[in-house]
Design a protein around this ligand. Structure first.
Ligand code: EPU
Length: 440
């Protein structure tokens, strides 16, 4: 398995560009099941999760043409396939977002029930409740969700749950409702920018969706959807991660393709901490602009609570924890989306961080020096926070299991090295002789 060997203490500087958003691209790709095509998607990032989704779509009868660089073309060749098997779903929870499109287009869908993940149980009850409200019959058999509907009918659906709305649940219900009879209203819909991006593609395909990006989405059903071309929005979490990486090294980095408007809560916290995210050309499109990230000499502590969009994103919680380890004073982080999403706490502690956890809240005792150590990545964002800690630490850090990182960041070590970091990707078997390889 690959790991990163990071030599800490180097200041990041230079310029980079943010890639297309994984969490936008996955439901966009699933939406291609809704039409015969061709559907062209530009700026789909080259990530292992994307490859898994491509594998799944091919199994579901979609042909994917990669011959033009930067573009994926999707076309239905076998409309009879309906089974998303456990083999693929277990590698990627986001496979659940084929459920709505499959059901709507092929009237039947069998999707393996996604399991839990490193940070909690992650149920799909809201997805199912939404599809049932549209008229689907749903049963669970052999670990698979069986979904059937001879016709879908528009209705009003409330998608709020105990932790807010559901992003992929909103994507599923909104996608299915595009071809339902009549009008569907989703109340308490997820407001994440990735939902608005999905609605842009669906509308380009001929759907009639209003209000995506707000808690109330109205979908007027149409008979069928057709070909379209769409450019995936830039990845706000990748953008926020690199901005935080610049800050932990007291760097000076220009980031192009920065989705400023989608990151206002994180930018607000950066400013509070003493990290400046300055738009270089205020006239530039705020959904994709260039910013310069610099930080003040001494960082200030703050309070962060993760919330559904437009609140502070859970997917940046771990990275901000690393940043706050370097602040002069104590910070409080509360996780309100995934109260168990703290696998990185123990690993950061191995690097000298002082973190006191009580339930969904962690107190970050600032002003402690981070010291390099072998650490274990447990999930995508936790891996990113450990790489950042390695950049800021004195000495050498080994981050094991970086396959988690490869799910959501395109060759992160290359981008960081281009900015002046010193990161080597190596096979962990090479480390056995050095006594730092970590058992699986
Ligand atoms: N929830 C329910 N019932 C459901 C669905 C969700 O109770 O039917 C709960 C979840 O357990 C959680 C909350 O609602 O407490 C929000 O979950 P949501 O459904 O919104 O998450 P998701 O759609 O499965 C997406 C992202 C995650 C991101 C979350 C929250 C993708 C592929 N995944 O997941 O991204 O953390 O929204 O913003 O879009 C990541 O990229 O690292 C990642 C985990």
């Amino acid at each position: 398995m690959d790991c990163f060997r990071i030599e800490g203490g180097r200041r990041l500087s230079g310029r980079m560009t943010v890639e297309g958003a994984k969490n936008a691209a996955l439901p966009l790709m699933a939406a291609t099941l809704l039409a015969d095509g061709p559907i062209d998607l530009h700026d789909v990032p080259d990530l292992s999760d994307i490859r898994n989704m491509m594998r799944l779509l091919v199994e579901l009868g979609i042909e994917i043409d990669e011959s033009v660089p930067g573009r994926l073309r999707f076309q239905t060749v076998d409309p009879t396939a309906i089974h998303a098997r456990y083999d693929i779903v277990r590698t990627m929870r986001a496979s659940i977002c084929v459920l709505g499109p499959l059901l709507a287009r092929r009237r039947r869908a069998i999707v393996s029930m996604p399991g839990g993940c490193a940070f909690g149980s992650r149920p799909v009850d809201l997805h199912l409740r939404g599809l049932e409200a549209l008229g689907a019959t749903i049963t669970l058999d052999g670990g698979d969700i069986h979904c059937r509907a001879d016709r879908l009918r528009g209705t009003t659906i409330f998608l709020g749950g105990p932790f807010g709305s559901t992003v992929l649940g909103t994507a599923n219900v909104m996608s299915a409702a595009t071809v339902a009879e009549g009008t569907t209203i989703i109340e308490s819909a997820a407001c994440e920018p990735e939902i608005a991006d999905l609605a842009r593609l669906l509308n380009a395909m001929g759907a009639r969706i209003e209000g995506a990006g707000t808690p109330r989405i109205v979908i007027h059903g149409v008979d069928e959807l057709g070909p379209a071309t769409h450019r995936v929005m830039p990845d706000r979490i990748v953008a926020g991660t690199y901005a935080a990486a610049a800050a932990v090294t007291n760097g000076d980095v220009e980031i192009a393709g920065f989705p400023y408007d989608a990151l206002l809560a994180a930018i607000d916290r950066f400013q509070e901490i003493g990290v400046n995210v300055e738009r270089l050309d205020p006239a530039e499109d705020p959904t994709r602009c260039t910013v310069r990230v610099t930080s003040e000499r001494s960082l200030r502590p703050t309070i962060i609570t993760t919330q559904p969009h437009p609140g502070f994103p859970t997917d940046l919680q771990a990275q901000f924890m690393t940043l706050l380890c370097l602040a002069q004073g104590n910070s409080i982080i509360t996780e309100k989306i995934y109260p168990e999403r703290f696998m990185h706490v123990a690993e950061l502690s191995r690097m000298g961080a002082t973190l006191i956890r009580q339930g969904p809240t962690v107190m970050v005792v600032g002003g402690r020096e981070l010291v390099g150590a072998p650490v274990m990545a447990s999930d995508l964002r936790a891996s990113a926070c450990l790489v950042m800690a390695g950049l800021a630490a004195r000495g050498e850090t080994i981050v094991n299991r970086v396959y988690h990182l490869d799910r959501g960041y395109v060759r992160m070590e290359e981008t960081l090295n281009m900015l002046g970091a010193s990161i080597e990707r190596i096979d962990d078997r090479e480390l056995v002789g050095e006594g730092v390889a970590v058992e699986a």
